[in-house]
Design a protein around this ligand. Structure first.
Ligand SMILES: Cc1cc2nc3c(=O)[nH]c(=O)nc-3n(C[C@H](O)[C@H](O)[C@H](O)COP(=O)(O)OP(=O)(O)OC[C@H]3O[C@@H](n4cnc5c(N)ncnc54)[C@H](O)[C@@H]3O)c2cc1C
Length: 388
């Protein structure tokens, strides 16, 4: 007699839940995936036209194997979904040579033996005149970097999961979760479902789920602004890499024009404030924020018209140490959590989907995720606000 496939409920189909649904369904689990909103919606962390993929990782060389595997899985998903999701356009980190992120990418590239180039101010001006560098600043080029399309990625992963048998229940918020002797019972959309295993991928909504009470995840507001390019051709991905710009007055992440009109920046230097709940997300920026973003563009991106043509606001879940919580839910059985990706989880999402499937189906994974163990967070209280 063959055992019946495990029934797995996924709570949240942002990019992490969507990838978990894909990987679990592809490996034979009976998947029920719930989300309060629609596929690829813009209220959480997984929307806004573009996301950075990079391989030289300022957050630490221990991520490099995960990034390599994520890169392979992005291509696999593109094939399965029949959509282009990742465009390799290279990635710049720009700033003073002793700026912490510049030091971190150099260290990571050297330690992991990753290809890279360092351009001085003159070299950067010749090759990437879209960026204005101050005297003494440098540009670090990671050739294995690119730009991802978030909404098609989420929708593509869910479509592939569905084709493999997953049930995707959009506009169906999970209202109640109860551990039972056989697994979990959950209430959603007026119905009760019994499953063997729970995968919690609620992003910035983590604090609203009872079983995650011990894991400190703050919801923060991240605002993106789009600026029209004077000459769009010079700002498309074939000429403009993604960039992380460090500057004392005007730091931001910068994304090439994908819509044929505008370059996106996500300002860092204005802070990413904590919000009480993603449900309270403001739908635009204050005039003061827009003016400060304009000033950053006028100072450092001379090819853009420095008034935003579009502004988008998003919520993201941050842990105190700005590394995700990935692993068994502390104090519960048959439950796995993946949350708190702290502004840098998108590029890694497919490998976290694979890890979720490993943990549910095999109780272990070969990927090294010891540093992401949710149990570490109750002991850690350091805070800051950056990334991408
Ligand atoms: C503006 C911005 C720019 C970023 N830039 C980059 C970048 O360039 N590169 C990079 O790698 N990362 C980047 N990140 C980070 C990355 O996008 C996130 O880490 C990632 O999207 C997190 O996905 P998630 O699935 O955890 O969260 P979400 O996408 O927020 O998904 C959580 C889902 O859970 C659902 N949910 C919650 N509670 C319930 C419930 N009770 N019932 C049903 N559904 C529920 C929500 O509706 C939501 O859809 C950025 C983030 C933001 C916000």
């Amino acid at each position: 007699m063959t055992a019946s496939p495990p029934r797995v409920a996924i709570v949240g189909t942002g990019v992490i839940g969507a990838m978990a649904a894909w990987q679990l369904a592809a490996r034979g689990a009976e998947v029920l995936a719930f989300d309060r909103y629609g596929r690829g919606h813009d209220r959480g962390a997984s929307a806004g036209e573009s996301r950075i993929f990079r391989t030289v990782y300022k957050e630490g060389g221990s991520y490099v194997p995960l990034l390599r595997r994520a890169g392979e899985l992005w291509r696999e998903l593109e094939r399965a979904a029949g959509r282009a999701l990742l465009t390799m356009c290279g990635g710049l980190t720009i700033g003073a040579p002793d700026e912490p992120d510049l030091r971190a990418v150099r260290r990571c590239a050297e330690e992991a033996g990753l290809p890279h180039q360092i351009l001085d101010r003159t070299g950067a001006a010749e090759r990437f005149p879209q960026h204005r560098l101050d005297p003494g600043e440098i540009a670090f080029l990671d050739p294995n970097a690119g730009v991802l399309r978030p909404e098609p990625s989420v929708q593509g992963a869910l479509a592939v999961a569905e084709a493999a048998g997953a049930r995707i229940l959009s506009y169906t918020g999970v209202e109640d979760l109860e551990e039972t002797s056989a697994g979990w019972r959950l209430r959603a959309g007026g119905q009760t479902h019994a499953v063997d295993h729970l995968v919690l991928t609620p992003g910035p909504w983590a604090a609203t789920l009872g079983p995650l009470a011990a894991i400190p995840v703050e919801a923060r507001l991240i605002t993106a602004c789009w600026f029209a390019a004077r000459e769009v051709a010079a700002h498309r991905p074939d000429r403009l890499p993604i960039a992380i710009r460090r500057h004392p007055e005007a730091g931001f992440s910068c994304f090439p024009a994908l819509d044929g009109v505008a370059v996106k920046i996500v300002p860092h230097h204005l802070g990413w404030p904590v919000i009480d709940s993603p449900a309270d997300l403001p739908r635009s920026a204050t005039p003061e924020f827009a003016q400060a973003a304009s000033a950053a563009v006028a100072r450092l991106l001379p090819g853009l018209i420095p008034q935003p043509v579009r502004i988008g606001t998003y919520a993201e879940g941050f842990t105190p140490d700005e590394h995700a919580a990935v692993g068994p839910v502390p104090g519960a059985a048959n439950a796995t959590v993946l949350t708190g990706f702290s502004g840098h989880g998108f590029k890694l999402a497919p490998v976290f989907g694979e890890i979720a499937a490993d943990l549910v189906l095999r109780g272990k994974t070969e990927h090294d995720i010891a540093a992401l163990d949710p149990r570490r967070l109750s002991r850690n209280s350091q805070r800051s606000t950056r990334s991408s």
